[in-house]
Design a protein around this ligand. Structure first.
Ligand SMILES: *[C@@H]1O[C@H](CO)[C@@H](O)[C@H](O)[C@H]1NC(C)=O
Ligand SMILES: *[C@@H]1O[C@H](CO)[C@@H](O)[C@H](O)[C@H]1NC(C)=O
Ligand SMILES: *[C@@H]1O[C@H](CO)[C@@H](O)[C@H](O)[C@H]1NC(C)=O
Ligand SMILES: *[C@@H]1O[C@H](CO)[C@@H](O)[C@H](O)[C@H]1NC(C)=O
Ligand SMILES: *[C@@H]1O[C@H](CO)[C@@H](O)[C@H](O)[C@H]1NC(C)=O
Length: 780
């Protein structure tokens, strides 16, 4: 996101960008404390004559009426994010670009904070939220964010269209934007996207056609490289196999559209297999509209079209670029490319008005579903929301709760954590992220309600002595002596280390995945002299190679806290002092540094290649050493699993004359007529055998037979439960053989492998034999 063309026309674009920015701030009504909306019949009764303003009519008739009244010039003004109002029809300017990745953000041009609303609740960065594996929480956060967003809209500080969430797969540990995503697993990303979008969009009155705010799933598709060793997202060609596309990169988008009913999808900067995504009719019109039937609009990333023309040189003229994007299925352009070149494209006969009308209709329909054409918002469902509904006590408490639920305990030597406050006379708190405020938010942040830094959170519970240890997270020179001095006398040491946006962010991938600069030296030096336990708190986006800390017996505990949001410091203190029992699980693999030395970030392949020694990616395919694995995370309690019910054999009926009855088949088509409702249940008893109450996530993985480059293991489902000490619960999973146990083969046919599937729950392994049988209920 963020205008990208600066490397094309550096000065020109900066200027242009500032002009657009200041324009949109004045025109979108900001500073006037009033929302932007059309069809203001109370101040202009003549507007009643327009049927597009008549909220009793269906959206389609209203949209056609509106489109039919516009000149081509006016239409073109509604193809870009800074849409130009049509005053003769009572339509104001509208800025489409707002952001709310983990709270209402100031990043988009359509939203800002002011004296009236100085901040909004800043939840943890998404990767930490994903670590909660709490599906209802994903939705609850969306609900709170959209309430605050509506409240800000009502006072002219925000739009109604938000370009979040980011549901790209976190494919490579170096990716600067991995922090924004729900991690590396397609199932978790799919569940997160759908649940969060429902939370953002669904209205409380149950009206499914109308929207609270419009969300946007981005960046479609196979986008996960910023700037690595000279490779730039603006012209990177992601070479993706059909199989990886179908079982890794596309599922979160499919689920976002089909299960989440998202109102928008954003196409990315990069190319996929030689075609820019925003100019690929197969990916846009074909898949998003054709197969998934999106009810909403497709928007380009900010200046994707500029990049397509100037950087990728994919098209011969800007007009051809505009025509290609519109014909491929783009409805709205973040940037001004379509407002500059669409007229020319029409004049040259490269695109016609029918195509423009289609785009426009998708855009207007979205705004209609938001009530934008229903007159005064204060008389509509969310009309009574205002500044009082932003940063409420409950919302701020939820931000703290999400951080607590997400924090992952990765190492805990017997007796280290939790610390008991009465026995700590002095706590040494060391590290460059100890006194961090802004770094806790991650990117796509807004102004928070307030901050609680780790130092503040800990100091609220015990007496602390503080040493930064490094000037900043880059830690060019560790200040070892001061740190050692406090560590050697304190009863315990908490070191808050890691990264911030200077290390991993949008437009910046990492090259190394070790802790920056001399952080390791600082940690080891402190560990060598510490009197009490040393608790290493890693505040990072992506994973770090901290094998040294895992191996060092003096480092007694390790916590990953992501970028934990505005209340992060309070949540960290809650966990360290046992006011909350941690239950977060890693949503991504933590690789050793050797992995990135071996693997080019540009290699998109998920699957290993034995001929080149390429090791593959993520827990689904990578078999090498890890520092920590997907799903890792311990608790102050212990949980055991026992299998109560699971079948040993499942058979799929096949027609009498099916070839697999007479010859040996290793798999069958999951779309076979008879491959339906072949279902079974797995029941697992989960028991909390420890002394602390806490939440526990039960993962159900499957290892299919080795055929069709299947993953070595993949997540079928997960369930989170809360158990009191000695408490137990029966967890039930329902598995559909043809759906859940099937996979894409090399030619993207969905197949069920025959033979032994191994199901994993905790330490349990259960073998399920899938075979075929003759269908005796033949239909004639
Ligand atoms: C609206 O319609 C009424 C009657 O149909 C007409 O008298 C009036 O002039 C119209 N107003 C405008 C602004 O077109
Ligand atoms: C506009 O262009 C589309 C795609 O080329 C074509 O199918 C359609 O018939 C055209 N419409 C008109 C009115 O020319
Ligand atoms: C661990 O601490 C002890 C002192 O408590 C020290 O002698 C030893 O060298 C330390 N080990 C490491 C690996 O830092
Ligand atoms: C990585 O990419 C570079 C340049 O594109 C190439 O020379 C090198 O062989 C690649 N390395 C691996 C391990 O694929
Ligand atoms: C999921 O989150 C909700 C909201 O915070 C919480 O009430 C619930 O206990 C969580 N579920 C589990 C199993 O921890």
């Amino acid at each position: 996101m963020a205008p990208a063309s600066r490397h094309v026309f550096p000065l020109f674009f900066y200027l242009l960008c500032c002009i657009i920015l200041s324009n949109s701030r004045t025109v979108s009504g900001q500073g006037q404390n009033k929302p932007v909306f059309a069809c203001d019949v109370s101040s202009n009764p003549g507007l009643k004559n327009f049927s597009f303003c008549d909220s009793s009519l269906d959206f389609q008739s209203r949209v056609s009426d509106l489109v039919s009244r516009l000149t081509l010039q006016e239409k073109i003004g509604w193809l870009v994010d800074g849409a130009k109002g049509v005053s003769r029809l009572g339509i104001p300017d509208y800025q489409w670009w707002s952001e709310a990745l983990h709270g209402v953000s100031y990043v988009g041009r359509g939203t800002k904070f002011s004296g009236l609303v100085p901040g909004a609740t800043s939840f943890p960065q998404v990767l930490l939220t994903a670590a909660t594996f709490n599906e209802s929480l994903f939705e609850t956060i969306g609900k709170v964010v959209s309430t605050e967003a509506r409240a800000m809209y009502n006072v002219g500080l925000a739009g109604l269209t938000f370009w979040s969430p980011n549901i790209n797969i976190f494919r490579d540990p170096r990716w600067g934007r991995g922090q924004e995503t729900p991690g590396e697993d397609p199932l978790l990303s799919s569940k997160y996207g759908a649940a969060h979008v429902r939370g953002l969009q669904q209205r409380d009155d149950g009206d499914k056609e109308r929207l609270k705010v419009a969300a946007c799933c981005k960046h479609y598709t196979a986008y996960d490289l910023e700037n690595w060793k000279g490779f730039q997202r603006y012209n990177f060609d992601a070479v993706v196999t059909r199989q990886d596309m179908d079982d890794t990169f596309q599922p979160p988008f499919e689920s976002c559209v089909l299960e989440g009913n998202v109102a928008s999808v954003m196409c990315s900067y990069n190319q996929v297999n030689g075609k820019p995504t925003c100019g690929d009719p197969d990916l846009l019109a074909g898949v998003i509209r054709g197969q998934w039937n999106l009810n909403g609009y497709i928007v380009t990333d900010c200046d994707s079209l500029n990049e397509m023309f100037y950087t990728q040189k994919y098209t011969k003229t800007p007009e051809e670029t505009a025509a290609l994007a519109l014909s491929a299925g783009v409805d709205l352009n973040c940037g001004d490319f379509l407002s500059r070149f669409t007229q020319g494209a029409v004049t040259a006969g490269l695109v016609n008005e029918t195509i423009i009308d289609r785009a426009l209709s998708n855009n207007f329909a979205t705004l209609m579903r938001l009530g934008f054409f229903d007159g005064d918002p204060s008389k509509q469902i969310y009309g009574n929301l205002g500044p009082k509904d932003v940063c409420t006590e409950a919302n701020q408490e939820l931000a703290r709760e999400v951080a607590r639920q997400g924090i992952v305990l990765l190492k805990n030597t017997q007796g280290s954590l939790p610390l008991s406050a009465p026995s700590i006379k002095t706590l040494a708190v060391i590290g460059p992220n100890t006194n961090a405020n802004q770094p806790m938010l991650g990117n796509y942040e807004g102004s928070p309600c307030k901050y609680t830094s780790p130092l503040q959170g800990l100091a609220a519970l015990v007496a602390t002595v503080y040493q930064p240890g490094c000037a900043d997270v880059k830690c060019a020179t560790a200040q070892v002596d001061g740190a050692k001095k406090v560590a050697s006398t304190a009863d315990a040491v908490v070191m808050v280390m890691g990264s911030d946006q200077s290390i991993e962010c949008e437009r910046l991938d990492r090259v190394d995945i070790t802790l920056p600069g001399q952080q390791q030296l600082l940690i080891n030096s402190v560990a060598e002299v510490s009197k009490g336990p040393v608790i290493l708190v890693l505040m990072t986006g992506g994973g770090m190679d901290v094998q040294f800390a895992k191996d060092n017996p003096n480092i007694t505990s390790i916590l990953w806290v992501g970028f934990p949001g505005e209340a992060g410091g309070a949540a960290i203190a809650d966990v360290i002092f046992g006011l909350y029992n941690p239950g977060g699980r890693l949503p991504m693999t933590w690789y050793p540094q050797s992995y990135v030395n071996q693997v080019n970030m540009t290699n998109m392949n998920m699957r290993p290649d034995p001929t080149t020694g390429y090791p593959g990616r993520t827990y689904r395919f990578y078999k090498g050493e890890t520092v920590f694995s997907f799903g890792d995370g311990i608790s102050y309690s212990e949980f055991t699993h026992s299998l109560v019910k699971a079948p040993g054999l499942m058979s799929v009926p096949l027609q009498e004359d099916h070839v697999c009855h007479s010859s040996k088949c290793r798999s069958i088509n999951a779309v076979e007529e008879t491959c339906k409702n072949v279902e079974f249940d797995i029941h697992v008893r989960v028991k909390n055998t420890g002394e602390a109450e806490g939440s526990h996530t039960v993962f159900l993985f499957s290892t299919p037979p080795e055929v069709h480059n299947a993953p070595q293991k993949h997540l079928l489902d997960f369930k989170k439960l809360h158990l009191t000490p000695k408490g137990e619960e029966l967890v039930r999973f329902s598995v559909d053989v043809c759906k859940h146990l099937s996979m894409m083969d090399e030619n993207v046919n969905r197949k069920v492998a025959l033979g032994q599937h191994v199901l994993h729950v905790g330490n349990l392994r259960h073998t399920l034999n899938v075979r075929i049988r003759r269908n005796i209920n033949l239909q004639v």
